[in-house]
Write a protein that binds this ligand. Structure first.
Ligand code: FAD
Length: 431
């Protein structure tokens, strides 16, 4: 039986977005051996996603350079977490191999996912998430000349519109479900965060409409039009693509698999619970960035810095960053208040609208289910390729169900890697 490599590091960081990068850079001067793993091809996370169609902002390049300057930081891109086979150990896999990584301290910086909600026609080719469309364009998807409608809620709609327009698309409508008063209040509040006010001004778009929500998408083999409710009026707009996002939901999968506590369900989308030093309920495990609740890259950077210092025992330096974190926590709270989803959003799916697109489970099939486990066992909801990553979040929003902690493997893995769970180790650091 071939043995599986066992590697060691003092500090393992999962996620190389703003939070993970800041955590690594804060911890690096201690001389600790630091490994940062991320399933994307390059560091940067969602906001600084790289690719042939992306142009990286200066801030992203600065953080990447900072990572490279420290010889004790090893960035493992294209690497996924598969399982947690032992105490303080994760099973990892990249394109070439699977291996086990043992850590003394762990920081979870796993970010957030878009909340995608079902509506009639949402499974038609050409309908994507708003951030999903951004990611596709950055990866090289040509959209030049295409008519795009963007719908949902939150500032990500404007960011997606800007990316699409820069790639030559015609953004024919941005439908924001929040009211004019809520959006105007948010815009006025940005005086407290001048950098954000400038960003918002740069993203302002004449096609932006408030109190607007998607009703249905139409087309044959590809989306051809969308019906939108603008206040009380329904309109149909011809388009080639629809990009929808209803805010972000914290990516807590790994934290939950490890057994970290979550924030209370009544406080909104559940996130990893952390204390003032970003420590989770598990000893030696910290969390930072949008897995602790969404609130933008500046908050993720501040939290990551605190987690990095705390993980190496420098509480003094960690505390010096509390003010910055509080500043961006206040921004996050304003964001949540202004773009809270209206109750009408729950009425989007019709009885025959697919909830679980992997397993073809319609909305009506879930009506008499008592919870997520019932829906999964008796209706196959969440049993398909995405393993409930899309419909689980939607069901949580629509029905208030909390899915149980995920079981390994956390992501699809090669048989050889899974077999490593029972193979003897070769301790590469001790040879
Ligand atoms: C689709 C999408 C698009 C966005 N676009 C914008 C934008 O244009 N502008 C903006 O201001 N904000 C955007 N945001 C919000 C943005 O994500 C945050 O403000 C900021 O990037 C959060 O930083 P973070 O470090 O917490 O998480 P992220 O930047 O999300 O980084 C988390 C990283 O962890 C990796 N990861 C997660 N789980 C694992 C695992 N198990 N194994 C390995 N790697 C893992 C992810 O691939 C990701 O690279 C977007 C969010 C999403 C979800």
């Amino acid at each position: 039986m071939t043995a599986m490599a066992l590697e060691h590091c003092d500090l393992l960081i999962v996620g190389a977005g703003p939070a993970g990068m800041a955590a690594a850079v804060a911890a690096a001067p201690s001389g600790a051996s630091i490994a940062v793993i991320d399933d994307n091809p390059a560091a940067g996370g969602q906001i600084w996603r790289d690719g042939p169609g992306a142009s990286l902002p200066a801030a992203a390049r600065r953080w990447r350079d900072a990572l490279e300057r420290h010889a004790n930081i090893r960035v493992c891109s294209g690497t996924r977490v598969v399982a947690a086979p032992g105490r303080n150990e994760l099973l990892l896999e990249d394109a070439e191999r699977g291996w086990r990584m043992r850590w003394s301290k762990l920081i979870l910086c796993t970010g957030a996912r878009e909340l995608l909600l079902p509506f009639p026609g949402w499974t038609l080719p050409g309908v994507t998430g708003a951030g999903g469309l951004q990611a596709l364009i950055k990866a090289g998807l040509p959209v030049e000349g295409e008519r795009i409608v963007i719908a949902g809620s939150g500032p990500l709609l404007l960011a997606a519109a800007s990316t699409a327009r820069a790639a030559g698309a015609k953004v024919v409508r941005i439908a924001e479900q929040a009211s004019f008063a809520a959006v105007a209040g948010f815009a006025a509040s940005l005086l407290r965060w001048p950098g954000k006010a400038m960003q918002a001004a740069a993203l302002a778009d004449p096609q932006y409409r408030t109190s607007s929500r998607i009703v249905s998408a139409h087309g044959g083999t590809q989306v051809e039009s969308v019906r939108l409710l603008l206040g009380e009026r329904e309109v149909e707009i011809a388009c080639d693509r629809i990009a929808c996002g209803f805010g972000l939901t914290p990516n807590t999968q790994l934290g939950r698999m490890l057994g970290c506590d979550l924030t209370p369900a009544e406080a909104g989308a559940q996130a990893l619970a952390v204390d003032a030093l970003q420590a989770t309920s598990l000893p030696g495990v910290y969390a930072a960035g949008e897995c602790t609740g969404f609130g933008g890259s500046e908050r993720a950077l501040a939290q990551g810095t605190i987690a990095g210092y705390a993980a190496i025992g420098n509480e003094r330096a960690a505390k010096q960053n509390e003010r910055e974190r509080a500043r961006w926590n206040a921004f996050a709270a304003q964001l949540h208040r202004s773009f809270a989803l209206a109750p009408a959003i729950r009425q989007m799916p019709q009885p025959d609208t697919l909830m679980c697109r992997c397993e073809d489970v319609p909305f009506s099939a879930l009506a008499d289910c008592s919870g997520w486990t019932d829906a999964k066992l008796h209706r196959r909801c969440g049993m398909g390729a995405c393993q409930g990553r899309v419909c689980g979040d939607a069901a949580q929003f629509l029905f208030g169900w909390t899915p149980p902690a995920p079981r390994p493997p956390l992501s699809p893995a090669r048989i050889a890697t899974l077999a490593g769970l029972v193979r003897p180790d070769v301790d590469v650091d001790r040879q």
